[in-house]
Design a binder for this molecule. Structure first.
Ligand SMILES: [Zn+2]
Ligand SMILES: [Zn+2]
Length: 352
């Protein structure tokens, strides 16, 4: 039952989260407030939490810390002035980034790069959260889809598939995917759905190796077993058509470049935020005569609707990625579990 208190997971210091009470948010112009029915946490949350001290500018008045979380679905609790497409009581999914719809980037379709006031959502790991530019950033959920089926469209499904789309994976292509965390697994499933031929995943965690096969990888190579040598042997020395980097460290970026055939595409979705910089090899093989692309999560209601169509009618099933289920008020423990990568943890469903 909704009540007048919002319990939300907040960052109170570097690597420190707690649950805090605050008033239920009130929607401003163009905004909605969503009553959360399912949320989760992701690698980006851990980057935000662990890699910098608390920035006081991110703490809203009256709250103990920075509200956390950008991946959730729920029911529209209240709408602000000017919202036209959504009604209270509707089940909705929200993109992890909001977008204004009017700036140059939005008008060119790059909504996640919005410079008109959009940005990463915060507070989704709470009973209620506020969403700006709601007509653009949220979409109703079809009645026959569950929260669990659509939640990943908020971020990791969109990001993982975008790595495949931006890499222009075609029918029969050979694809190497470095890292089989949640985004890497979505890329594997996306490459399979897009008609790739041989899919080679690079991953060493046992549960993730199994999951990679389940999502469509033909071969899984342990990073300790000379993946560059193995992948070159599997491709008769020629290299892969598309290499996807989904870890966010120098070593895998380097390997992804070295297994790529001339004319191939290096598609990067790793978050290198914890590093001062990254380099690409300039010897042989090198990034010369290859295309290099990087991707932020594509967002917006049109993207959300298309991803949900893929789940609804295209048989696209990421359900196995939910390995754990915890009550929302245990979100701080969920961070510890997620960070530890123990117990086969992949994605944790947080239930209010
Ligand atoms: Zn995320
Ligand atoms: Zn914009």
């Amino acid at each position: 039952m909704p009540d007048d208190t919002n319990l939300v997971c907040v960052k109170v210091g570097q690597r420190q989260v707690t649950m805090a009470d605050s008033p239920v948010p009130v929607p401003g112009d163009g905004e909605i407030v969503v009553r959360t029915t399912l949320a989760t946490l992701c690698g980006s949350d851990v980057h935000i939490l662990d890699e910098s001290p608390l920035n006081p500018a991110t703490v809203p008045p009256g709250l103990a810390g920075q509200p956390m979380g950008h991946e959730a679905v729920g029911v529209v609790h209240a709408i602000g002035r000017g919202v036209r497409q959504l009604q209270p009581g509707q089940r909705v999914i929200t993109s992890c980034f909001t977008a204004c719809g009017g700036c140059i980037q939005c008008l060119e379709g790059q909504l996640s790069a919005c410079t008109g006031g959009g940005g990463l959502l915060f507070g989704c790991q709470g009973r209620y959260y506020r969403v700006g530019f709601a007509d653009i950033s949220a979409a109703p959920i079809p009645d026959d889809l569950t929260d669990e089926q659509v939640l990943f469209a908020t971020d990791i499904m969109s990001t993982g598939l975008a790595a495949v789309e931006r890499g222009e994976v075609g029918f029969g292509d050979t694809v190497a995917i470095f890292g089989q965390g949640p985004v890497g697994l979505c890329a594997t499933a996306g490459a399979r759905a897009r008609g790739a031929g041989l899919i080679i995943a690079v991953e060493g965690v046992p549960e993730r190796i199994d999951m990679a096969r389940q999502m469509g990888a033909n071969v899984v190579v342990d990073p300790a077993d000379d993946p560059v040598g193995v992948i070159l042997r599997l491709t008769s020395g020629g290299g892969v058509d598309v290499a996807i980097e989904a870890v966010g460290i120098q070593a895998t970026l380097d390997m992804a470049t070295r297994v790529l055939r001339k004319g191939g595409t290096l598609s990067s979705v790793g978050i290198y935020g914890g590093l001062p910089g990254v380099t690409l090899p300039a010897g042989v093989p090198s990034f010369y005569h290859r295309k290099v692309v990087s991707t932020l999560c594509p967002v917006g209601h049109i993207r959300l609707k298309r991803l949900m169509m893929l789940v609804q009618h295209g048989g696209f099933d990421l359900g196995p990625l939910f390995t754990h289920r915890m009550p929302l008020h245990e979100a701080p423990s969920a961070y510890d579990l997620f960070r530890s990568r123990s117990g086969g943890v992949m994605k944790i469903a947080l239930v209010p």
